[in-house]
Design a protein around this ligand. Structure first.
Ligand code: NI
Length: 256
């Protein structure tokens, strides 16, 4: 049993292929997945998918790319979406200093607002952190995000920084880059992350794992992320599946 904790079936590129992608996922043993939103439309699509398909759960939120366009009405609606019975997290939210599509102070303000909404709803948060590790930690500390915890989606900080995220109650989610030949950082993380804090994801349609790198990613490929981590840790794929599945159920407050 595999749990893809971050997959964008709400992405326009995957939206039209959902039926075949879900079939392929089930054949690969993926029995649950979380579809995170990144703006209004994708958050609504995530909730629609979760309403239609029993083993899909939704996360809702506004990506740092779009922080400059987020309105008070968006944040009020986010608070309402959090009441949806299949919404299990607020995300993906965070900071992206690679693209800097929105000014950094605006990204931080919108990030904090969304953490506050998640705290009110008592939902964990799904964090997008690109080249902003130190500021993400500062925001998580200042907002007392430890009260709700969450997931570091496609963790890309160093193994040295990992204890700070663990101390804040966060799970470390690994994606396709752990399978890449040049994936030195995620490989170190895969070796050292505590067994009770590891999650796996695809981030489909992005970050396709080997041996499919270069093609469109899909939830079924989370198997290849799991297999690589099993190989690295020298344990069976069954053990990785059980460990990451149990962790995901706990991280998103689901019933086993
Ligand atoms: Ni994502």
């Amino acid at each position: 049993m595999l749990f893809d904790t971050h997959t964008h079936l709400n992405d326009p590129d995957l939206w039209s292929q959902v039926d075949s992608l879900l079939l392929a996922a089930q054949e690969a043993g993926v029995t649950r997945m979380v579809v995170p939103g990144y703006d209004r439309e994708s958050s609504i699509r995530a909730m629609q998918l979760a309403e239609q398909i029993e083993f899909i759960y939704a996360a809702v939120g506004f990506h740092p790319h779009d922080a400059k366009d987020v309105t008070d009405r968006d944040l009020a609606d986010l608070a309402l979406w959090c009441q949806h019975e299949k919404v299990v997290a607020v995300g993906e939210i965070g900071l992206d200093y690679h693209y800097d599509n929105s000014p950094r102070d605006v990204q931080q303000a919108v990030f904090k607002e969304q953490i506050s909404i998640a705290k009110t709803a008592n939902l964990p948060i799904v964090i997008h952190d690109r080249e902003a590790h130190a500021d993400v930690i500062t925001v998580l500390q200042e907002t007392h995000a430890k009260q709700i915890g969450g997931i570091m989606h496609c963790y890309s900080a160093s193994v040295e920084m990992m204890p700070q995220f663990l101390d804040l109650g966060f799970y470390i989610s690994l994606a396709g880059p752990v399978t890449f030949k040049n994936g030195k950082r995620p490989i170190q993380v895969a070796l050292q992350v505590p067994a009770d804090r590891l999650l796996i994801e695809t981030d489909a349609p992005f970050l396709t794992p080997e041996p499919f790198r270069g093609k469109q990613n899909q939830p079924a490929y989370v198997l290849h992320v799991a297999q690589k981590i099993a190989d690295l840790r020298g344990i069976s794929i069954e053990e990785i599946e059980k460990m990451t599945y149990t962790n995901a159920v706990r991280a998103f407050h689901l019933e086993a």
